[in-house]
Design a protein around this ligand. Sequence first.
Ligand SMILES: Cc1cc2nc3c(=O)[nH]c(=O)nc-3n(C[C@H](O)[C@H](O)[C@H](O)COP(=O)(O)O)c2cc1C
Length: 235
Amino acid sequence: MIYQRKSIRSYKPEPVSDEMNEKIRQFADYIVPLFPNLKMRYEIVDRKSVHSLLPWLPPQLIAVYAQEGDDSLMNVGFMIQQLELFLESDGLGTCWIGLGRPNKETKTLDGLRFVIYLAYGYPNCELYRKSLSEFNRRPMNEISDVDDKRLECARLAPSACNSQPWYFIHSDEKICVYRSSNIIIGKTPIAYFNNIDIGIALAHIYLSYEGVKFSIDALPPKKQGYKYMISITMP
Ligand SMILES: Cc1cc2nc3c(=O)[nH]c(=O)nc-3n(C[C@H](O)[C@H](O)[C@H](O)COP(=O)(O)O)c2cc1C
């Protein structure tokens, strides 16, 4: 799915079957967290409860809730991307939706704050990319200090406004992961969403290689204009 997926912005009008929605709820038990101590919850909501100017939203969306902070948002990206890939593998279209917010009643869940939506539904267009050339992404030399084929899965990850805020620095046995700290779209800084993007890229790495471990370094190399997020150890 990592090498074929794309955001879907055209959906059939019928809602997803009850059986599939039950699978989505149960999938929560199989999602691996990046930070097990941070809480994340999601629920299926009706499009009617979503304030958004996007005219093509499907009948249902997944509303995601979590604690505050960069690590928590990274955790959301890491966990919900596992769900995204699962839905796509089961024939459903998906699209992360930053441009939407819930009404007052659904702003919190179990004390957690609303973070983002994942739109999902029966696609009304081609579900998968046919070749890698259809990905519009930065080349490896713009996102990593070393031409490292293992990072190809992260290079192809989806991100808010396709901003691809990640940078990878190889240091000893580890790969340090950075987020660009100054991406502005229109007049809006999108660091909030870029934290989620980093988690999404980490999910692609985690799912691609057995035995990947994550840790936080006390003294990582510095990079101007970037914030250090986490380090990866690959076997
Ligand atoms: C955190 C996040 C928020 C996003 N918000 C929106 C959105 O509000 N509307 C939209 O059409 N696409 C949204 N996207 C989808 C991106 O535009 C898309 O992933 C990116 O352009 C790369 O394209 P691809 O997913 O087809 O590979 C979002 C993606 C992410 C990761």
